[in-house]
Design a protein around this ligand. Structure first.
Ligand SMILES: NC(=O)c1ccc[n+]([C@@H]2O[C@H](COP(=O)([O-])OP(=O)(O)OC[C@H]3O[C@@H](n4cnc5c(N)ncnc54)[C@H](OP(=O)(O)O)[C@@H]3O)[C@@H](O)[C@H]2O)c1
Length: 157
């Protein structure tokens, strides 16, 4: 099973200049809890934005290049889609925009932290998707440093 996890702004903002836009401690904690022990799959730019390999998770990086660091390099997404779309194992697509775009049609769950803010200078966005095709469940709402957010789970109908 493929799950997507992302924090997005009101206009689907994801990132700015290869960095995150908002830093919400509770969201970092939530991300860690959800993904711990699972395979995490990311694009090379997201990998480059991390301070280090995400511990206690198999780090899979999609890239056309070869480099050291990740547990596994994948040179495309087709094999991952084929292997995990109908598997019992839950794997997480953790970004960025190019990976969300390619995996969205195959993802059963979207764990979206919906941040009640905008950033006109964002450089990466989460793809538009048809919300009528998903059940929407608000798991938790919170506020940190004046920033309201909600942990929302979309499950494909
Ligand atoms: N808000 C959030 O939850 C969240 C989560 C993650 C990331 N982000 C943000 O998103 C931004 C990065 O996203 P991005 O869209 O710019 O980049 P990205 O998706 O992280 O990485 C793009 C790179 O992935 C590789 N790639 C993608 N599809 C491929 C394919 N089919 N075959 C081979 N390689 C492929 C290419 O790497 P090569 O060029 O190496 O070939 C491509 O340049 C950053 O600002 C980051 O902070 C936000």
């Amino acid at each position: 099973m493929i799950s997507i996890i992302a924090a997005i702004g009101k206009n689907n903002e994801l990132g700015k200049n290869n960095k995150l836009i908002w830093h919400i401690k509770e969201d970092m904690k939530y991300f860690r809890e959800k993904t711990l022990g699972h395979k995490v799959i990311m694009g090379s730019r997201t990998w480059d934005s991390l301070p280090e390999k995400l511990p206690q998770r198999e780090n899979i990086v999609v890239t056309t290049r070869e480099f050291e660091g990740p547990d596994l390099i994948a040179h495309g997404v087709d094999e991952i889609i084929e292997k995990y779309t109908d598997s019992d194992e839950e794997v997480f697509i953790i970004g960025g925009g190019t990976l969300y775009m390619q995996f969205l049609p195959y993802a059963k769950n979207l764990y979206l932290t919906e941040v009640d803010a905008t950033d006109k200078k964002a450089t990466t966005y989460f793809p538009e998707f048809d919300k009528s095709k998903y059940n929407r469940e608000v798991l938790k709402k919170g506020s940190e440093n004046g920033l309201d957010y909600a942990f929302v789970k979309y499950t494909k109908k």
